[in-house]
Design a protein around this ligand. Structure first.
Ligand SMILES: *[C@@H]1O[C@H](CO)[C@@H](O)[C@H](O)[C@H]1NC(C)=O
Ligand SMILES: *[C@@H]1O[C@H](CO)[C@@H](O)[C@H](O)[C@H]1NC(C)=O
Ligand SMILES: *[C@@H]1O[C@H](CO)[C@@H](O)[C@H](O)[C@H]1NC(C)=O
Length: 283
């Protein structure tokens, strides 16, 4: 009898109907990857964290190869290798194949619908250690890869299809995130100092294409600071994405613990509550 259960209604109407029924505590309980269920409305808990950079991976808690009939999935080459084929149709075909397996595993109750891929950070420095996850060092090439991955993975949705999609892909990690651990620097506290030209020419293009042309349904903000402000608290950048890149009715997630570290590791705020407040206000 709830409007959000009525499959004949458009998705935005159903979403608003569900949110309108939630109490503040129930809304707060949705704000992590392990979203709580709402038993009184028949809403099950949901694990938002599944991974699929080059095949379904068991390094995210949303995918489990031992809880049902599907014991394995196809693993394609590391992204840096597929990228080196310089073949957009190939990138699209790989993403489509991963999506079919992901959807099948979801149907079997072993995987989620929301995936934290592609990784489209610019591979600028070989010391990063995660360069193999990315399409490489060239912003235009990464942008092209991101569009093919997202369209292949989500299915082409939008025009005339009422927002239906196969799965949700996530452009990560926004932005200027190219460092894990090096010397005295670590990803939780690194402040990327980026000038305006480098920002526009290097770091931004992959994300702009991933969102505008690829129509990714999700964006993930990164651990690092950008010019002294935590990336997840850069209201100016996140608002620009919604206002100028058409990122409407879609969602932003933080990297794992990227909100907690704003206080605990960056001491940018004076409490965890303040960290939650600034990222929510940032969008
Ligand atoms: C995967 O499923 C098995 C069987 O249900 C369970 O024992 C295990 O804890 C699950 N693993 C994860 C990481 O959730
Ligand atoms: C590019 O990839 C597609 C899809 O796999 C394949 O059919 C095509 O032969 C590839 N093109 C080249 C030039 O290798
Ligand atoms: C981040 O802060 C937590 C809590 O103070 C601490 O346990 C952890 O070691 C820190 N991590 C890093 C990478 O500094």
């Amino acid at each position: 009898t709830y409007a959000f259960c009525d499959a004949s209604l458009p998705f935005p109407v159903r979403a608003r109907a569900l949110v309108s029924l939630l109490t503040l505590d129930e809304k707060i309980a949705q704000l992590s990857n392990t979203a709580a269920g709402v038993p009184r409305l028949g809403v099950p808990p949901y694990e938002w964290w599944s991974e699929s950079l080059h095949g379904l991976a068991d390094n995210g808690p949303g995918v489990n190869f031992s809880s049902g009939p599907v014991a394995a999935a196809t693993i394609f080459p590391q992204v840096i290798l597929s990228a080196a084929a310089f073949n957009r149709s190939l990138w699209r075909a790989v993403a489509e194949a991963v999506a079919v397996e992901a959807r099948a595993m979801h149907n079997a109750g072993q995987a989620g619908l929301t995936y934290w891929a592609p990784n489209i950070n610019v591979f600028r420095d070989p010391r990063w250690g995660r360069g193999q996850e990315t399409p490489g060092e060239d912003p235009a090439m990464i942008a092209a890869y991101s569009v093919e991955y997202v369209k292949g993975f989500q299915g082409e949705y939008g025009d005339g299809r009422e927002g239906r999609m196969m799965l949700s892909a996530c452009c990560k990690h926004y932005i200027a995130y190219d460092l894990e651990k090096w010397g005295k620097f670590a990803r939780y506290t690194f402040n990327a100092e980026v000038n305006a030209q480098d920002f526009e020419d290097t770091y931004e293009p992959p994300f702009k294409s991933c969102i505008q042309e690829g129509r990714a349904s999700c964006l993930m903000c990164s651990y690092n600071q950008v010019n002294g402000v935590p990336a997840c608290a850069r209201k100016d950048l996140l608002q620009k994405i919604r206002d100028e890149w058409g990122f409407k009715g879609r969602y932003i997630v933080s990297d794992c613990d990227a909100v907690a570290i704003i206080h605990e590791n960056q001491t940018y705020t004076s409490s965890d509550e303040d960290s939650v407040a600034i990222v929510l206000k940032a969008g």
